[in-house]
Design a protein around this ligand. Structure first.
Ligand SMILES: Nc1ncnc2c1ncn2[C@@H]1O[C@H](COP(=O)(O)OP(=O)(O)OP(=O)(O)O)[C@@H](O)[C@H]1O
Ligand SMILES: [Mg+2]
Length: 206
């Protein structure tokens, strides 16, 4: 793999239930086997304070602006305490959601101004973008069926209606179309083994 001495930042994105959490451990092991130090983390979250904010964000009803500011507050801690130090020592960072999720969920999903998200992004992680973003996509029906099969209580975002899901899904498609060099859309409705092959192909050429 090229540039083995430099850390890489890989984010997993996409609608609820599309398969992010399922495939992250596999990719982490795959990269460790190639000799990289790999950190797996998630947003909102990643250290004790952002994990406390996560618990609030997933459970408490709040204004979309409050939600956006808390997401970026959590991200400020996470970027400074975890992501940047790891990248600086040459580790690869795999993150379950990052700022694309704020654009899709709070921006397109809930109507928070794109300009504001852009300003917060520049303040919170100037110059830092994922090197690669894997956008897991699936239809509403697939997502609902999987979340029902998971047999756990749905969080505040997963309880949103179909129109919200479709706005978020459309937002991810538009983001990926606008930045094809960074973002790759993965059809999350395919069988797990097929998805692993697709990820393998992306990582090998990366
Ligand atoms: N390719 C697949 N085929 C069949 N089932 C899958 C596939 N990928 C994931 N699943 C199942 O679907 C459910 C949701 O997957 P997962 O938790 O990975 O989604 P996610 O994208 O992390 O969702 P969330 O955004 O809610 O965290 C899990 O029960 C998982 O086992
Ligand atoms: Mg998940």
């Amino acid at each position: 793999m090229a540039h083995a001495s430099r850390g890489r930042f890989i984010s997993f994105e996409g609608v609820d239930g599309a398969g992010k959490s399922t495939h992250i451990p596999w990719l982490a092991e795959r990269l460790r086997a190639a000799g990289h130090e790999v950190i797996v983390t998630r947003e909102p979250g990643g250290t004790p304070l952002p994990e406390k904010l996560r618990a609030l964000l997933l459970a408490e009803a709040m204004d979309p602006l409050t939600e956006t500011l808390l997401m970026f507050a959590a991200r400020a801690e996470h970027v400074r305490k975890v992501i940047l130090p790891a990248l600086q020592r040459g580790a690869w960072v795999i993150c379950d959601r990052f700022t694309d999720a704020t654009r899709a969920y709070q921006g397109t999903g809930k109507g928070v101004a794109e300009e504001l998200i852009g300003v917060l992004e520049k303040a919170v992680h100037p110059g830092l973008q994922p090197d690669l973003t894997l956008v897991f996509d699936c239809a509403y029906e697939v997502s609902r069926e999987r979340l029902a099969g998971a047999r756990r209580a749905l969080d505040r975002f997963e309880r949103e209606d179909r129109a919200f899901f479709d706005r978020v899904r459309g937002a991810y498609a538009a983001l990926a179309k606008a930045d094809p060099a960074r973002m790759r859309v993965i059809d999350g409705s395919k069988p797990r083994e097929e998805i692993k092959k697709i990820l393998e192909d992306i990582i090998i050429t990366y």
